[in-house]
Design a protein around this ligand. Structure first.
Ligand code: FAD
Ligand code: NAP
Length: 453
């Protein structure tokens, strides 16, 4: 048997960790696996779940990766992202509510990773600076920097490279006329850390997706003044609580006065751009670089994973999709990628790969709204599951559809609902306090609460 492939994995967030986990599973089963070196620029694993108080640059002067805020709770039910081989009940030994705070989800992820003993594969505080594909030897040269010692390390060779550096870290920051005359604070949601920073202030949010929705609610929950959200394409359309309203996009700013497309104006103290993120791979040459807007199926990736424009099927991306499914999608994609890299799954010829991509892009074009989007991503997940012969049913579309309806019914109380796990059969319990009034989101209180108020 030929030796193991030598794989460079970039990033130890949930996707990168899923690759290490799946590779370890092959190893434990005595099957051919890969020799993986994972480079992680932060000092801990977890990616976005590794909370940071920093904004802008990190302690080494590199782009600060983390953009979660202190008071963030899951915006989807945990039953939609639960690993079938490691349920929430397995981890906590009891039922907990369906919408956990950030720390609780991070604890759950770490429970699975710790069990697999894969931490040793990660070189922390080590950033990938450059990757090249060597055509003559059909492999890659990877250059990294040891950030702790400010030292460039000797280049290393790998048979495969896997990019798992995420795509929700580098702000998309549009400009608006007159914004330089604004006398308050202007920031991107990536740098939002606490709703309480805006107590008593009138807030303008630009954007109409998850960050705008959740930051509007966070600000009001933590005592901000009035919040106006404004949209480019379409309003979110929720039945907002008192103090939140939606308007069409702003057209210009003059001092603290904001002008909107519908001819109205408003005075605000703070502007928060909830305008999403750009795909940013400063360490990749153009021939290997994915260029896309946020999409459920970025073009150029076979099965959403294998880069078609360079690297001879040995250059892979994980979790570049927009996300309804998150942890379970990362995991099945990682399992599929692992099977390909280790030779357990054979790729079809290039023509078939191209026509498979074209088939998905055609379906993508026909989507019309969130229920279609959920069905599309479910099909994507199930397609990968079928290819690797996954024994679990990963389809949680019905739960996602219910979640969308719960949000439509009441954006304030949707996090107070409980869902039932398809894998453990256990129902979540009702949180002791409604989310909108719950200020203690510590792991201990959340997990060990004893009564429903
Ligand atoms: P990331 O988590 O971004 O991890 C990428 C890793 O790559 C990081 O550790 C980073 O340090 C490392 N890295 C980057 N560049 C380099 C380099 N050059 N060299 C070495 N290492 C590098 N999902 C949910 O399921 N539920 C939620 O409630 C939820 N909330 C979210 C809230 C916010 C504000 C955001 C932005 C996202 C949220 N998400 C949520 C989605 C989130 O994208 C995923 O949960 C998950 O973190 C994606 O994992 P990842 O490993 O692909 O990327
Ligand atoms: P996003 O989903 O990509 O949305 C970007 C928004 O910005 C869209 O509404 C888009 O409008 C708007 N936009 C982009 N460019 C604009 C411009 N030039 N002018 C006006 N509007 C513009 O990004 P996101 O909302 O930051 O969400 C990213 C991820 O974070 C998601 O996975 C989400 O689940 C996660 N998240 C989770 C939580 C939580 O509670 N757990 C909280 C926040 C975020 P168009 O529709 O017009 O394109």
């Amino acid at each position: 048997m030929a030796g193991n492939q030598r794989v460079c994995l970039i990033g130890a967030g949930p996707s990168g960790m899923s690759f290490l986990y799946q590779n370890n599973k092959l190893k434990a089963a005595g099957k051919k696996c890969a020799d993986v070196v994972c480079y992680e620029k932060q000092s801990n694993w977890g990616g976005l779940w590794n909370f940071t108080w920093r904004t802008g640059v990190d302690e080494h002067g590199e782009l600060c990766h983390g953009g979660m805020y202190r008071d963030l709770w899951s915006n989807g039910p945990k039953e939609c992202l639960e690993f079938p081989d490691y349920t929430f009940h397995d981890h906590f030994g009891k039922s907990i509510p369906s919408f956990p705070p950030r720390t609780v989800l991070f604890d759950y992820l770490q429970g699975r990773w710790n069990k697999a003993k894969i931490r040793d594969c990660i070189r922390f505080n080590t950033i990938v600076k450059h990757v090249t594909y060597n055509k003559t030897t059909d492999d890659f040269t990877v250059t990294v920097k040891d950030l702790t010692n400010d030292q460039d390390l000797p280049p290393e060779r790998f048979s495969h490279v896997i990019v798992a550096t995420g795509h929700f870290s580098v702000p998309n920051f549009p400009d608006f006329e007159g914004i330089d005359t604004f006398r308050g604070r202007v920031l991107h949601s990536h740098d939002f850390r606490r709703g309480s920073d805006f107590k008593g202030q009138r807030v303008l949010l630009v954007g109409s997706s998850y960050s705008a929705e959740d930051i509007a609610m966070q600000c009001r929950k933590m005592g901000s003044g009035k919040v106006i959200t404004c949209y480019r394409t379409k309003p979110m359309g929720f039945r907002w609580p008192e103090g939140i309203e939606e308007r069409p996009l702003l057209t210009k700013v003059d001092g603290n006065t904001i002008y909107f497309k519908d001819g109205t104006t408003a005075e605000v103290d703070v502007i928060i751009f909830c305008t999403g993120y750009i795909y940013h791979f400063p360490y990749l040459p153009e021939s290997l670089r994915l260029k896309t807007n946020t999409s459920l199926y970025p073009a150029g990736l076979y099965k959403g994973t294998i880069w078609m424009e360079g690297g001879n099927n040995k250059f892979l991306y994980l979790s570049m999709q927009d996300q309804y499914y998150s942890f379970t999608m990362f995991d099945i994609q990682a399992e599929w990628a692992c099977a390909v890299v280790c030779g357990h799954l054979k790729l079809p010829n290039r023509k078939e790969m191209e026509s498979d991509i074209a088939k998905w892009l055609k379906k993508l074009d026909l989507l019309n709204g969130c229920f279609d989007d959920i069905a599309f991503q479910t099909e994507f997940v199930l397609d990968l599951a079928k290819e690797v012969g996954c024994k679990y049913n990963l389809d949680v579309a019905a739960l996602y559809n219910r979640w969308e309806n719960d949000k439509r019914a009441n954006i304030v109380t949707y996090r107070d609902q409980v869902y039932t796990s398809a894998h453990s059969g256990k129902q979540g319990i009702v949180h002791h306090t409604p989310w909108f009034k719950a200020y203690d989101d510590s792991l201990d209180t959340f997990v060990n609460q004893t009564q429903n108020k």
